[in-house]
Design a protein around this ligand. Structure first.
Ligand code: DAH
Length: 341
């Protein structure tokens, strides 16, 4: 029996083929259910005990070598097949799609770029806030109806803790930790307990701006916002400020830009007014400065806050805010770059 095993081993070692059918026949003859090696294993039962160790070692070696040989011949054939598929090197390559930044990140980075070019730094604050930073220090008195302007997600166990409703809370943190002059913007995510619709969402993004120094005036605010609007929506963009109310600014205003779709003539996007509302702003209320330990007789400043989704809706002409959160690849792929290999 040992001679027969050695003979088959010799045959396995010398077997060569590039024909898949021939390799398969060889596999069946060697390793198939009624194959040669299986026969040896059946005969092995009758081998006398003292020879079992030696015979067993030979048999195992044979089985291993046959298996390895078949695998090696098959994989040599496969790699040959692959190389054959690139038969025409002049054909155009397959398109490789790269992922890309989310449109909200793109707009956020654009806004950061615009303000950093005029010396604004970027600061961030926590998304989970306390009442002081989100409301009280911003001059929202307890029980003041202005708190209703922003439907808040409170933490059940502690009504002093909430998800921030705006990035204005970061103003307080920065004024408490930095001495004026302060010139910073604060991008981030905010949360409001609102029904989700095409126009509003319970999660969205804002960028807040804050400028505190000696002799900062409303004219500085207006010029800063004009610069921003032209950079963001185009050189021909006009702005107008409408009086408004926010507890933390006095006076307060809302900024409109001329509609970048119709150039101010009136269209569906601007509801035939020629103007698009883009942000809230105003001179920082002296109470807010004092709450943060800044002398309101020495320093003045302005603040502004805008929704990033809103800027993206206007810039890209997207009609439904929910698209920014659903991560539907058919929507996102419109913002991605394509690289051809
Ligand atoms: N925090 C306001 C909001 O979420 C936006 C805002 C308005 C921010 C006026 C400001 C500001 O800094 O001065 O609706």
């Amino acid at each position: 029996m040992l001679d027969k095993i050695k003979k088959i081993l010799h045959e396995v070692e010398n077997f060569r083929s590039t024909d898949i059918e021939e390799i398969e026949q060889f596999r069946i003859r060697m390793l198939g259910r009624k194959g040669v090696i299986g026969e040896f294993f059946s005969e092995f039962k009758a081998v006398p005990g003292e020879l079992k160790k030696e015979y067993g070692a030979w048999l195992n070696e044979l089985k291993e070598k046959a298996t390895d040989k078949i695998l090696a011949l098959r994989s040599a054939l496969e790699s040959k097949d692959n190389s054959q598929t690139v038969s025409d090197l002049s054909l155009p390559g397959e398109t490789v799609y790269l992922g890309s930044r989310h449109p909200i990140s793109v707009i956020q980075e654009e806004i950061i770029g615009i303000f950093s070019r005029i010396g604004y730094t970027v600061e961030v604050g926590p998304e989970i806030e306390d009442d002081w930073h989100n409301f009280s220090a911003l001059n929202f008195p307890v029980d003041h109806p202005a708190r209703d302007m922003q439907d808040t997600f409170f933490i059940k166990k502690n009504p002093d803790i909430m998800l921030r409703t705006h990035t204005s809370s970061v103003q307080i943190r920065v004024m408490q930790s930095h001495k004026p002059p302060i010139r910073s913007i604060f991008p981030g995510r905010v949360f409001r307990n609102e029904a989700i619709s095409a126009r509003s969402h319970c999660i969205f993004h804002q960028v807040e701006g804050l400028y505190i120094d000696k002799n900062v005036s409303f004219a500085d605010l207006k010029q800063t916002l004009l610069y921003f609007s032209k950079e963001m929506f185009g050189e021909d963009t006009q702005i107008r400020l409408r009086p408004s109310y926010f507890p933390f600014t006095e006076p307060s205003a809302e900024l409109d830009v001329s509609c970048n779709l119709c150039g101010g003539k009136g269209c569906n996007l601007c509801k035939y007014t020629g103007w698009l509302e883009i942000l809230g702003c105003g001179m920082v209320d002296p109470n807010v400065l004092e709450n943060c330990g800044i002398d309101s007789k020495e320093y003045t400043g302005f603040a502004f806050g805008m929704g990033i989704e809103r800027q993206a809706l206007l810039k890209y002409g997207v009609k439904d805010i929910r698209l920014f959160f659903e991560n539907d690849i058919r929507f996102l792929k419109q913002f991605r770059s394509v690289l051809s290999s």
